[in-house]
Design a protein. Sequence first.
Length: 263
Amino acid sequence: MFSRMGSDSSKIKGSGSSDGTSYFKSSSVVVQKHMETAKKSRVLQLKSAGLKKVPQTVEEVADILRNLDLTHNKIREIPVFIGAFTMLKQLHLSENLIEELPDEIGCLKKLEVLNVSNNQLHSLPETIVGCSALSRIELARNNFTQFPLSVCHLQSLDVLDLSGNKIETLPDQIGDLKASELILNQNRLRALNNGLASCRRLKILRLQENCLSKENFSDTVLRDSTISLITFEGNMFQEKEFQQLPGYESYQDRFTAIKKKGI
């Protein structure tokens, strides 16, 4: 009986080892398979691959890759060799465990779309200004408590999504923002900044579910800005109150003009 139990135990132990080896081997095979495809398509799709880190092997396609998708993994750190992906146009890192981006992200001069939503970021590296082609940045549902100033220097920026963070105020530098759409839904905003009126490209301002009162909307922002759509449901005032604010008529004229154009 003892001999049989020993044999069974050994069998179970061997089976467990085999399963573990099989798992890692399988994961490696999957990555390699996608790598071969990427060499032809210039798109590396590693979404939901169970990765805990970015495989070193992806550096093999650094000089040709246009799109890298690492969405929905368990990645905590982006390696510095990301800076070698100089041809990259889209980088998708949402739904991971990332706490910071490396300074080398600024080497991606051709990057147009950066999606790091649903992570644990609290700031962006100042080197992000090096991503001069960035037109869309998605930072929703992270841990930002302050507006990332570096994005105000991105000349090609069109859409900035910071919804679902913990931002309470907007900095004076907001006036330098080049985006046409700014999404700040579900933050903790208790005030706005008149610098919004200086954002000459800003057309859409989304402020739903914050802590704003009607007094936070100055006549400067309503009258002198280029904003033609403000969404504000879920704040501390009603639409009728908003319509009675000084400067509302100017805002309404812009809103109506855009509606007539069918935009």
